[in-house]
Design a protein around this ligand. Structure first.
Ligand SMILES: [Zn+2]
Length: 84
């Protein structure tokens, strides 16, 4: 049996998907800005306590991931306040 780079990557994807789905509802939380899954925050027991994403206003009326919140939404809010 020959291990190829492609086969290895495909296995990684399957594992990742299975882990997301095993926790339930987070699989359908999609960032309204970048379209990626919103990463869930877990407590020390491994229970999800933060599954809804960040408020994405004023960029879009929806939810967004950590990355978009930090890189898009917060700068947009600061800019908005500066202009007002
Ligand atoms: Zn995002």
């Amino acid at each position: 049996m020959t291990w190829t780079g492609d086969a290895y990557n495909a296995d990684e994807d399957v594992e990742y998907e299975r882990e997301l789905n095993s926790h339930g509802m987070e699989a359908d939380r999609i960032c309204d800005i970048c379209g990626n899954l919103i990463n869930i925050h877990y407590d020390k027991k491994g229970e999800a306590y933060w599954t809804e994403g960040h408020n994405a206003l004023p960029v879009v009326n929806g939810r967004c991931c950590d990355k978009c919140n930090a890189e898009v939404v917060i700068p947009a809010r600061i800019k908005k306040y500066m202009e007002e």
